[in-house]
Design a protein around this ligand. Sequence first.
Ligand SMILES: Nc1ncnc2c1ncn2[C@@H]1O[C@H](COP(=O)(O)OP(=O)(O)OP(=O)(O)O)[C@@H](O)[C@H]1O
Length: 583
Amino acid sequence: MHRLKSFLMLTDKGYADLKKAIGACTLSNLALMLPFIITIQIFAQLLKPLTGEAVDLPALWMLWGGGIAAAIVVFLASKYEYKKTYVTSYLEAENSRLSVAEQIRKLPMSFFNTRDLSELTTNIMADCATTEHVLSHIVPQLFANAVSILFICILTALYDWRMALSMFCTVPVSVCIIWGSKKVQTRLSEKQIEAKLNASGQIQEYLEGIKVIKSCGLDGAKFSSLNRALLLLKKMAIQMELGTGIFITGAQMVLQAGIGITVFAGTYLLTKGKIEFIPLLMFFVIVVKIYGPLIVELTLLPELFYHRTATKRMRILMNASVMEGDAGKHLKDWNIQLDNVSFSYNNQSQEENTVIKNLSLTIPANAITALVGPSGCGKSTVSKLIARFWDVNSGCIKIGGIDIKTLDPEHLMGYMSFVFQDVILFNDTVYNNIRIGNMNASEKEVRMAAKATCCDEFVSKLPEGYNTMLGENGYTLSGGERQRISIARALLKNAPIVLLDEATASLDPENEVLIQQAISKLIRGKTVIVIAHRLRTVEGADKIIVLEEGKLTEEGNHTELMQKKGLYERLYRMQQDSLGWSV
Ligand SMILES: Nc1ncnc2c1ncn2[C@@H]1O[C@H](COP(=O)(O)OP(=O)(O)OP(=O)(O)O)[C@@H](O)[C@H]1O
């Protein structure tokens, strides 16, 4: 049973509930036998005149009474079963969705590098729905049916083992057929799930990229690749149905041969005088009745195989090791130090994969440090490593003398504010989008942060001011407005370390002035790391670190670096020249 818990990835409560659901389902199945047993008894009474015996009327009335009582028991047992199977399975599905989301929050970014959004959405929605279905419609029924069948098998065997043998002799053969098809079904399930993921990925890409698709005239090409993905999905779904259908139908045919064997064996025993007519009739009624649950059992087993395949990715996700660390260690000094750090995104040590190479540098506390260098030199990567989005492959990063690998990532994040070029806004009100920076902030503090970052003026023009819904990723706002909201968020968080990654790169001069004003309020008295392409914007930084191909090449302030006449000076001059460029 414990294997079932890990197979279905259940929580402790979910596992306890599943055991209750199996018990309730078994109880309900056994209760359903009561009317059947009573009907047989009534039947036996009514047929007595055929053998010259008299009908026992008081016994018959008792049986009618028993029938009514059995109906009440069936009703109560079904109600209990419903509550225990369906209600608890939906609760458990909700829990498992939450635990997947919780796990995703704790996973290192390296985990996401090999997975796309549609796969993770499938993990949270479809895989959890599969578990929900298995919990509500498969496992309890599978176990309960098995118990009921075993119960009837024992009862009939006690009465007449020869008839029991003829009734159940085909069961092991048909179960073996289904079990033997496990490999084929797993392969078909894998292919179908792969096709499903591919199709949902294509749909997502098509919808997300609709602007580019239209502007580049890719409608035809992109639509045909989406079309191909959907056709493949259809093909795989049909293959899956056919593949499963062949085995299930084959197993059912073998199973139902048991009815013929029972009739043949019963008739043979009757002609030899080894069984009486009425018991034989009862066996015939039982055999017809029992084959219903047996057929259901044969169709439920393949669903269990499918579930195993469908939840493979979810299992990998839930078993992936999360980033850990101490949440109780407090940082008191914001001096950041990188000691001989090397890093590659795919965790491989070959030179061509290494993005950061034996990098040692110091980012002084309460000062502005700029990371500059040619595109792809590793500026953003360094900032991601400092925030522990990824762990370094070798060397170490210390903040205030403490290795950040020993700190809980969420705890570490509490010391940092980020302003990225790509602002992520949620489909919520302006107010709540700012408050994300500090969920404990009062309304006054949120409004103050919005005013300080020049959000107030555009928010007051929105139809419902701070209560205006922003739509998915704030599509109703301009780039500059979105950026100001993200700075308001960071200001509200008031973290001692601020990371600015190309925060003003794509803004027009008017917006840039507003954002510079907002940023200067945000970074006052903080340890600031600025990543910038336009060197003009970091001329005033206390320290400028120049990177090239993941290595430190120069460091100093603007004047010192200009005097060195190295890479920085070259890049600076090139950018100055390009200012005169026009179309
Ligand atoms: N998630 C990722 N997975 C694999 N490689 C990555 C990933 N992110 C960045 N890289 C690679 O790492 C290298 C450094 O990227 P990074 O974004 O740090 O450079 P950058 O200096 O910030 O560039 P830019 O100035 O163009 O933004 C690049 O070669 C890039 O292709």
